[in-house]
Design a protein around this ligand. Structure first.
Ligand code: MN
Length: 197
């Protein structure tokens, strides 16, 4: 773990072509850690009999969770499907709901799938060279609909906090599935109403 001085300026080599950085703290998410988040749990279980594929990883710089700072880093989401559902990140709300986030797509293609607590949803394509604004109050999950890694730079308010539990419990309203080799937005048949579901 590197300790950057967040009270003075610093430079960091993010090696933006691949999204990797030797200066970052890496978190890896394997299928076994999110097997119940994919709609087709049977397909996930079958894959896990033989292997535990890496779904995505993200690289952070250890920004202190202080108001006023901006955390940033990169995410690499690998290509693949579980059943007909594309590889995706877990997705989360920010604990401080009124905090936004910016993603910039460095490589690959996909979707940013968003929803607010009222159930309004947004499914916005991610394309290399484009930035996307994730508005305040929207949970966000990225989905890789291409055949190459989806590599993104992100930055958000450092004190925003992460609430993964709500999505893990209830799921998303919408899924991005592969139909005839094309991504299609569908309703999630497993979406659960109510926090206790
Ligand atoms: Mn976020």
């Amino acid at each position: 773990m590197n300790n950057f001085n967040w009270d003075t300026s610093f430079r960091v080599d993010l090696d933006l072509k691949s999204g990797f950085s030797k200066n970052a703290v890496t978190t890896k998410r394997y299928l076994s850690q999110m097997k119940n988040m994919f709609c087709d749990t049977d397909a996930a279980a079958k894959i896990l009999e033989d292997s535990d594929p890496l779904i995505y990883e993200f690289h952070e710089l250890g920004c202190p969770e202080r108001a006023g700072d901006l955390a940033f880093g990169t995410t690499i989401l690998y290509p693949g499907t579980i059943g007909d559902e594309y590889y995706m990140t877990k997705g989360h709300f920010h604990t401080i709901l009124d905090t936004a986030e910016v993603y910039y797509t460095l490589g690959g293609e996909g979707y940013m799938v968003m929803e607010n607590p009222e159930g309004d949803t947004l499914e916005i394509p991610l394309r290399t060279g484009e930035a996307i604004y994730v508005p305040r109050r929207y949970a966000h999950r990225s989905v890789n609909t291409g055949d190459k890694p989806l590599v993104m730079f992100f930055t958000f308010a450092a004190d925003a906090g992460h609430d993964y539990g709500t999505i893990e419990t209830k799921g998303y309203h919408k899924l991005i599935v592969k139909k005839g080799n094309k991504p299609v937005v569908t309703d999630n048949p497993r979406w659960k109403q109510g926090a206790d579901a």
